[in-house]
Write a protein that binds this ligand. Structure first.
Ligand code: ACM
Ligand code: ZN
Length: 501
């Protein structure tokens, strides 16, 4: 049973006996330890398992001798050998369960594996086992575009449950785009008032308005943290700025009125690369993000930037390279705010601060160039691997856009093998830190469609990110994915039901 877990844990040693979960596991914590994470993990597990009792309850720091159903969490003990911070050990015997971990993330991953075990077992009876596990890739992510369509905060919580189950650790929120601005920024109320809703007449406009409250996003961030997940907020500039410019036309070069886009595509809506108003705006945006989100990273965007407005601007056209200037300012602002900047692929051609991370989506040649330029790299290949807006199959009956990406395509992806054949003798000082799957939502309007488009292929991607080696036992992995799909359907998820090929 345990070997059906996705992603596959590193070592699984079966033992004799079984532990049956008949009541809440009593979590024994040191007095000093914050117990709020227990409720948060319990909430996620409850939604996935529908147990008739809470999976976890806190019983304080008393000795555990007299207690049944004990879950011992040994936080201080670094697991054997060189297990990095995100690793864990899970020991299930017929009398109790022990978790050893060295970090919040390790603890969250251990509890995810335990929960996955319960999801697989059906009757809450777990075969005794000793699992030691650690991920290969430090960055294992999922990006959701909440700009093209707005997803309510409940949707984000629900998605976090699933990321947690798969031991993913980054939730990238694409918060702004031409078709919507979802982030409240103090001092700039029109961003969400005007930029948050598409004009009347859009075919699907009744579904597309909305923005988050800062308190809601903060709660997502805290909840994610307890689940071992870092939220990575993205405000996509200097391009993809129609919604921002509809709200504040003075941020553009010409000052001309823009409108929140009702079409999909790439538009010449860019912020001025020279203006001090834009710089002040960026400072406020990144200040807002650091106040809401506690994680290390801020994504500045940088993709698909038409340069025509800059060529027509007397100030920008006097700059040697307006794209370099404005993305450089954005990265520096993020660093000044105490965070690490991330930018899309296109910006890897620029000279950005050395700590900038690039997300490559256009192919392995560009990935290698970014590595040679010294950037740390996240891989999110558009072509047949991690773009989950693409169709599951080449059929007019399948929802999706712009391409096909089968479950097996996603199962075949892992970061290092993806660039391997493009590695040459040339030195590449950057490091591949992992990968992520992206769900763009031009064609995804409802939460159920997120489940359909993302969940199964995301599980496939999680395997390659965790183990670093996809496809080593394809038949067994297919079987594991099918089992996961069955359990998720039973739990009420709208997962894709069709062929993997
Ligand atoms: C992207 O797909 N434009 C990042
Ligand atoms: Zn300008």
């Amino acid at each position: 049973m345990w070997n059906q877990i996705v992603p596959q844990p590193r070592t699984i040693r079966p033992a004799s006996g079984r532990f049956t979960v008949t009541a809440s596991l009593r979590v024994v914590l040191p007095d000093s330890e914050d117990s709020r994470w227990v409720r948060r993990i319990n909430d996620a597990a409850s939604r996935l398992l529908s147990l008739p009792f809470p999976l976890l309850t806190v019983v304080g720091s008393e000795t555990t001798d007299a207690l049944e159903s004990t879950l011992l969490i040994e936080d201080s003990a670094v697991p054997a050998s060189s297990t990095p911070a995100d690793g864990y050990e899970l020991l299930v015997t017929s009398s109790d369960i022990t978790i050893r971990c060295a970090s919040t993330a390790g603890r969250a991953h251990a509890l995810a594996t335990l929960t996955y075990g319960l999801l697989l077992s059906g009757d809450r009876s777990l075969p005794a086992v000793h699992i030691t596990d650690t991920p290969v890739s430090p960055w294992r992510g999922f990006m959701l575009d909440v700009a093209r369509h707005f997803f309510p905060i409940e949707s984000l919580h629900h998605i976090l449950d699933f990321l947690w189950l798969l031991r993913l650790n980054r939730f990238h929120l694409h918060l702004t785009d031409d078709q919507g601005w979802r982030l409240p920024v103090p001092g700039y109320p029109r961003l969400t008032e005007i930029g948050g809703t598409r004009p009347a007449g859009t075919s699907d406009d009744q579904w597309t308005g909305g923005s988050y409250e800062a308190t809601e996003l903060r709660e997502i961030d805290r909840h994610a943290e307890a689940l071992g997940i870092v939220v990575v907020p993205e405000v996509d500039l200097p391009g993809h700025a129609s919604a921002a410019l509809a709200a504040y036309p003075e941020l553009s070069c010409s000052g001309a009125q823009h409108r929140v886009e009702t079409r999909w595509g790439i538009f010449p809506a860019v912020v001025c690369a020279h203006s001090s108003e834009v710089r002040n705006f960026l400072t406020e945006v990144y200040r807002t993000l650091t106040e809401i989100f506690g994680g290390e990273f801020i994504h500045v965007g940088g993709d698909e930037v038409p340069t025509k407005p800059w060529e027509e601007c007397p100030h920008c056209s006097a700059l040697e390279d307006p794209y370099q200037t404005i993305v450089g300012v954005m990265a520096e602002e993020v660093i000044a705010a105490g965070r690490r900047p991330i930018a899309w692929d296109e910006a890897s051609a620029l000279d950005l601060p050395a700590e900038t991370i690039i997300i490559n989506w256009r192919g392995p040649e560009g990935a290698m160039n970014a590595l040679r330029r010294g950037y740390d790299l996240i891989l999110a290949p558009e072509r047949r691997a991690t773009y989950l807006d693409h169709r599951h199959r080449d059929s007019p009956l399948e929802p999706g856009r712009l391409g096909v990406c089968t479950v097996n395509d996603s199962s075949s992806f892992a970061p290092e093998p993806y660039v391997q054949t493009h590695r040459t003798g040339e030195p590449a000082s950057g490091t591949i830190i992992g990968g992520q799957a992206n769900l763009w939502t031009e064609g995804v309007r409802f939460h159920r469609e997120v489940e359909y488009m993302a969940f199964l292929r995301l599980a496939a991607v999680a395997q390659g990110l965790w183990t670093g080696a996809p496809g080593s036992d394809a038949e067994r992995f297919t079987d594991s994915l099918q089992t996961l799909r069955d359990r998720l359907r039973y739990a009420g998820y709208a997962v894709y039901p069709g062929s993997f090929e």
